[in-house]
Design a protein around this ligand. Structure first.
Ligand code: PGA
Ligand code: ZN
Length: 461
């Protein structure tokens, strides 16, 4: 029996930074399902619009009352009238909302309004089909089933950039327990190392330096990336995981790109301004000194030339890490295509609120996979207790995700959900493997014969 939407309500709720966000509650004949929308701080200029009540003084102009109103007064009546079956028509629903908006960047209704509905529809569809959300999303994406791939969790344990008050320009320094054998073990390794890092920081800088940034990572008074990576080396060693935990960085460099230069002293005025070539050299130097397996947004969102040159030169670099586009590609098939043509990167950061519907995010992931890119699912720095992306990661077989430190409720809810999924799959006798060192290519594990339904037309149903 199909599942039709009978009501959609929305409300303003808080995200992890204490800013308002959109919560959607959608009811079908099978129950009521929610979607809570995350929000970025180092937002790319090409992202779909996050609608805020800028003309109001409430919450400092960050209210989302208009987006809530758009859900209840525009999206809800139109969607209910269409009588879509949420079990089989997620793509049609998402396409319909895009049409209803009618602009390229969801500027009329707001990506935050549309995404909340899309997430709730995905959940309602899974419930109607009586399958877990990850399985529903897997079927939506046309991804292979066996084995289920549990992702390597990339824990952001040192926060800088616009996510913290220290002087480090680089935004995120991450731990990746590639040497674990399961997500459960990986979480333990990450949490133990996080605690070891706290001890290391306390010893070096005193207990006052163990305050944390927006994603739960520590934010000690350091400026240089090498200082951050040295702290990780020490913490990993202290926790007993040397060789089993590798590193990743998201400098989020669009935030410190000024007039053609990368200003590493953007926060403390003492570190150098680097040319694109100088910053490229710095990255390559760090690759030789530390076990870095992934580098995200090394260059600014429109500095295409430097991205392409860095990738070209990367062919000569032994063990070149995965180079992931975030602000560059914004989970948008048009930007992903451009990045593929320009050979600018080989990994896609997947943030559902950058594009504003679940279907379009899946399309971007499939396009990335079709070019043998990696796909790295991501939370936002302003998160909620919604754990949707855990299921998305497993359903799409992306092999890796980042969702902050192994601390703070809005971060651990995703890691806990991943451990639940792993337990559930194992208990039901399903074939399940941990991506480990193969996190970049795990998507195609188990054979390529079925392939993926690559929707070169975003809504290619
Ligand atoms: P944001 O940061 O959510 O603040 O954009 C995350 C990232 O840059 O990857
Ligand atoms: Zn990023």
């Amino acid at each position: 029996m199909p599942s039709h939407i009978t009501s959609i309500t929305a409300a303003q709720r808080l995200d992890s930074r204490g800013n308002p966000t959109v919560q959607v509650r959608l009811t079908t004949n099978k129950g009521t399902f929610t979607g809570l929308v995350p929000s970025g701080a180092s937002t790319g200029i090409h992202e779909a619009l996050e609608l805020r009540d800028t003309s109001s003084t409430a919450y400092g102009g960050k209210g989302v009352k208009q987006a809530v109103h758009n859900v209840t007064s525009i999206i809800a009546p139109a969607l209910i009238e269409k009588k879509f079956d949420v079990e089989t028509q997620l793509k049609e629903i998402d396409a319909f909302m895009c049409e209803l908006d009618g602009t390229k960047g969801k500027k009329k209704l707001g990506a935050n309004a549309i995404l909340g509905v899309s997430m709730a529809c995905a959940r309602a569809g899974a419930a109607g089909l009586k399958i877990p959300l990850y399985e529903h999303l897997r079927l939506e994406a046309g991804a292979l089933k066996a084995p289920y791939i549990m992702p390597v969790p990339f824990f952001n344990v040192l926060n800088g950039g616009v996510h913290s008050g220290n002087t480090m320009a680089f935004q995120e320094i991450m731990l990746a327990p590639t040497g674990a054998t399961s997500i459960t073990e990986a979480v333990q390794m990450g949490a133990e190392t996080y605690h070891a890092l706290k001890t290391v920081i306390t010893k070096k800088f005193g207990p006052a330096a163990t305050g944390i940034g927006d994603e739960g990572g520590f934010a000690p008074p350091i400026s240089k990336p090498s200082e951050a990576l040295d702290l990780l080396v020490e913490a990993v060693e202290k926790a007993g995981y040397t060789g089993k935990i590798q590193f990743a960085m998201d400098p989020a460099s669009s935030e410190f790109f000024r007039e053609g230069q990368y200003d590493l002293g953007i926060k403390d005025k003492t570190s150098p301004k680097l040319t694109p070539a100088g910053l490229s050299d710095l990255y390559r130097e760090l690759f030789t000194k530390y076990p870095i397996v992934l580098l995200e947004d090394p260059f600014a969102e429109d500095d295409w030339e430097t991205w392409s040159a860095f990738m070209a030169k990367g062919k000569e670099v032994k063990d070149m890490p995965e180079i992931v586009g975030d602000d560059l590609t914004v989970t948008n098939v048009e930007r992903v295509r451009e990045a593929q043509q320009k050979k600018a990167c080989n990994g896609l950061l997947l943030k559902i609120n950058q594009i504003g519907t679940v279907s379009e995010a899946i399309a971007a992931a499939n396009l990335a996979f079709s070019h043998s890119w990696g796909v790295f699912v991501s939370h936002r720095s302003g998160e909620t207790t919604d754990d949707f992306i855990a299921d998305l990661t497993v359903g799409l077989r992306t092999g890796h995700l980042k969702t902050g430190a192994p601390a703070r409720g809005e971060r651990v809810v995703k890691y806990n959900r991943l451990m639940d999924i792993e337990d559930e799959l194992k208990a039901s006798g399903e074939d399940v493997v941990y991506a480990g060192t193969e996190f970049r290519t795990a998507h195609s594990a188990g054979g390529k014969e079925e392939g993926t339904k690559v929707p070169f037309n975003v809504f290619g149903y």
